[in-house]
Design a protein around this ligand. Structure first.
Ligand code: THU
Length: 158
């Protein structure tokens, strides 16, 4: 018997500590929350992807009366980015959310398992780390690679 320890780490920044490019990405994710379609949960999530060529693509959670048919903001954004720009690695993904009171969440939300799997695939297909910025009021959780959010992942059919 042996035990394997798996470590992951994130860094918590104040927004001002981040480069201007990342601050702009965070602002895009925050603005996107206002375009969420969340009539059931009233929880509005926005995501913004920064592509290698500097393009920013945003998306939001899209709910449905048949609840499981809805999709999170992260997957809306990444599937759209990868559909429209199949040759552009996603360098960074910012995620912001407003709760049922309409106010930005504090601390940040962290992505669901399905979104982590999709982030990892997007990272792997380009071979480029995707920085993930989880936005809360006055604090941004940053991981340097989507892989950090999904250790011991399924990533091979062989
Ligand atoms: N949601 C996201 O869009 N991203 C997350 O990281 C967590 C949850 C959405 C799904 C659903 O529309 C609402 O938030 C409540 O769970």
């Amino acid at each position: 018997m042996k035990e394997i320890d798996i470590h992951t780490s994130l860094i918590v920044y104040t927004p001002e500590e981040l480069p201007a490019e990342e601050q702009a990405l965070i602002e895009a994710a925050r603005q996107a929350t206002h375009r969420s379609y969340a009539p059931y949960s009233h929880f509005s999530v926005g995501a913004a992807a920064l592509l290698a060529d500097g393009t920013i693509v945003t998306g939001t959670n899209q709910e449905n009366v048949a609840y499981p048919s809805g999709i999170c903001a992260e997957r809306t954004t990444l599937f759209y980015a990868n559909s429209q720009y199949p040759d552009q690695p996603v360098k960074a993904l910012a995620i912001a959310a407003r709760g049922t009171d309409g106010k930005e969440v504090h601390p940040p939300i962290t992505p669901c398992g399905a979104c982590r799997q999709v982030m990892l695939e997007s990272e792997n297909r380009f071979g480029t780390p995707m920085k993930v910025l989880l936005c809360g009021v006055g604090q941004i959780y940053v991981v340097e690679s989507a892989r950090s959010l999904l250790p011991i992942s399924f990533d091979s059919l062989t």
